[in-house]
Design a binder for this molecule. Sequence first.
Ligand SMILES: CC(=O)N[C@H]1[C@@H](OP(=O)(O)OP(=O)(O)OC[C@H]2O[C@@H](n3ccc(=O)[nH]c3=O)[C@H](O)[C@@H]2O)O[C@H](CO)[C@@H](O)[C@@H]1O
Ligand SMILES: C=C(OP(=O)(O)O)C(=O)O
Length: 431
Amino acid sequence: MAPIQYIVEGGHRLKGAIEPSGNKNAALPIIAAALLTDHPVTLDNVPRIRDTETLVELVRSVGASAEWRGRNRLAIHAKEIRAADLDPDLCARIRASILLAGPLLARCGEVALPPPGGDVIGRRRLDTHFLAFEQLGATVTATDKIELRASGLKGADVFLDEPSVTATENALVAAVAAHGTTYLRNAASEPHVQDLAHFLVALGANIEGIGTNTMVIHGASTLGQASYAIQPDHIEVGSLIGLAAVTRSPLRIVRAGTEHLRSIRMGFERLGIVCEVAGDDLIVPSDQTMKIKDDFGGHVPKLEDQPWPAFPADLMSIAIVTATQCEGVILMFEKMFESRMFFVDKLISMGARIVLCDPHRAIVAGPSQLRGARVVSPDIRAGMAMLLAALCAEGTSYIDNADQIERGYERIDERLNALGAKITRVPERGR
Ligand SMILES: CC(=O)N[C@H]1[C@@H](OP(=O)(O)OP(=O)(O)OC[C@H]2O[C@@H](n3ccc(=O)[nH]c3=O)[C@H](O)[C@@H]2O)O[C@H](CO)[C@@H](O)[C@@H]1O
Ligand SMILES: C=C(OP(=O)(O)O)C(=O)O
């Protein structure tokens, strides 16, 4: 299949209301965790994106049934499952294939996983996953495959060496199945980690401390069936805030999950973009100052990512492109991934004034009028950031490898076109 290209006519104002999809990074661990119970599970608000479709294929390959019962409703029944050999190509397509480790280990006592894939944004370690599994009584052998074995998982006092999102999710699922009590310390607490924990509770698990960095899990409760709706994607909401700002468009983001937006709104406020909360909707007015707020004393401000509840790493690319349209100078500091910032060369080719200081820090001086260009999307968020750049640029842009954008954003071309954007989706030619 040829990769997808988006042809984007820049310079159009958008207007209207848009609802974010369900959280990609919540749907993935929740689909995997549906394998923990032999009862049926119905999930609503599942984003119908490439990553979830891939995980659904993997779930079927271990013997569970998984059927779409509507555009965003997924029914999973893992009556019987086997620790079958998983397809290495499917596993390599998504980072989230590693999330099958916890549920398969718990249900089958063993699992052999080919290495996961995911965004090519720098080295992504798995050591925290292994550390947690070992503390819960599993043995881990990692060569060309990751092999885990446990004859009965046991609750433990687990201290993660870093608050890794997917390692927390794997450890949480394993702890739910383990006998005894687990303390999961230095845990990640992102909205998607909370969503997984709430789903596990809906199945019958006993978890305290959801949303904090210490969860206490009383394991081995009897698990039953559940119907559960995935929460809105706060990263998509952040992307839409950036979109409204760079195109100077008034947008109403409905059912935005406003309780999880505090650090995100604060990050955009530093760029001179202020949103209004109206119940669970978020309104982005078009008359923004778009003036970067200096630090006290006139010093150059900084926007940095940090573990939740601070500003999320997955919004740094969006924040960078947004800053190119704001007046002033700001240091963008991305601490997690070594390659996530390299895409700024594409923004520079479109006319942005950015100095990449090192793999983690970039100085953005704005505003600059961007010009349409042909660019290629290296990862989900850089792809979305370039779509924003193209929508506010003068002229036409061509975004190659838009498949990356579609790994994380559902029908984004259709949904933005409904607001007045001009995006045409075609098979890519002649890169
Ligand atoms: C499928 C899935 O859920 N993928 C997400 C998951 O990946 P994934 O779970 O692979 O990422 P990890 O959380 O393991 O890796 C990131 C590591 O960097 C640390 N850290 C985090 C933020 C920060 O500003 N500085 C820092 O050093 C974290 O504590 C963590 O230990 O979490 C990442 C971090 O949110 C996101 O980019 C990915 O979209
Ligand atoms: C990095 C991301 O995804 P993944 O971890 O699935 O590669 C992301 O969602 O921005």
